[in-house]
Write a protein that binds this ligand. Structure first.
Ligand SMILES: Cc1cc2nc3c(=O)[nH]c(=O)nc-3n(C[C@H](O)[C@H](O)[C@H](O)COP(=O)(O)O)c2cc1C
Length: 193
């Protein structure tokens, strides 16, 4: 069932080091993104693909992971992602990025689902130093990084739970490093009974 893939496509913040992500695999993810809906069909998003360890190591310190678990400093040393896709807005095609934020979400989730189907995992990273990233990747000033997609073979143990009556949605970990992600229930989500 499709829902199994959606459930599998969790945000992982630790990755195996013996499973590289190839340029071909990254290209396939862009191929998937290419066919997604786009506001006015403007297709203003472009992609920087990074899978060599040196470039990945330059991107990583510019990204912020798991703000709610900052004390864990994820990803841990030796559990770094194998690749990044930097989703950029080409400002030569659109000056104002605001109308295209939905496009960013659509391509990111499509790529994450495709990765999950390939046995890979990832994490969307919206918290990163966009200016420094553009500089370190030698991207032109017109190319505006919007979102990072970190990729690799994930190692996190993740359990989905229901949001309880206290309404808390913050993810958390127990002493065994199991990562819990509360999700609102259908009863909490559907407005009309
Ligand atoms: C637009 C967007 C931006 C995100 N940015 C970050 C981020 O900067 N760092 C991070 O560790 N996770 C980030 N995440 C991942 C969320 O924290 C994650 O989706 C949430 O904890 C729920 O976990 P799940 O994806 O497994 O359902 C982001 C997710 C989305 C959709």
């Amino acid at each position: 069932m499709f829902i199994d893939l959606v459930r599998k496509a969790r945000s992982h913040r630790g990755f195996r080091q013996d499973r590289p992500v190839t340029r071909q695999e990254l290209g396939y993810l862009v191929e998937c993104a290419r066919y997604t809906p786009s506001a006015r069909n403007d297709q203003v998003l472009k992609y920087y693909l990074a899978n060599d360890p040196e470039t990945v190591a330059r991107i990583l310190p510019l990204s912020k992971w798991a703000g709610a678990l900052a004390e864990l400093h994820l990803p841990r040393k030796g559990a770094e992602p194998a690749a990044f896709i930097v989703i950029c807005l080409d400002s030569m095609l659109a000056e104002n990025p605001a109308p295209y934020q939905r496009d960013v979400g659509i391509v990111a989730q499509t790529m994450l689902l495709a990765a999950a189907e390939m046995g890979l995992n990832g994490c969307m990273i919206g918290s990163f130093a966009a200016g420094q990233l553009r500089e370190t990747l030698n991207l032109p000033e017109t190319m505006k990084p919007q979102l990072l997609l970190a990729l690799g073979a994930g190692t996190d143990r993740i359990v989905l739970t229901d949001v309880r009556e206290d309404g808390k949605t913050t993810y958390y970990r127990d002493e065994n490093d199991t990562h819990y992600v509360p999700k609102r229930t259908p009863e909490q989500l559907i407005l009309n009974k």
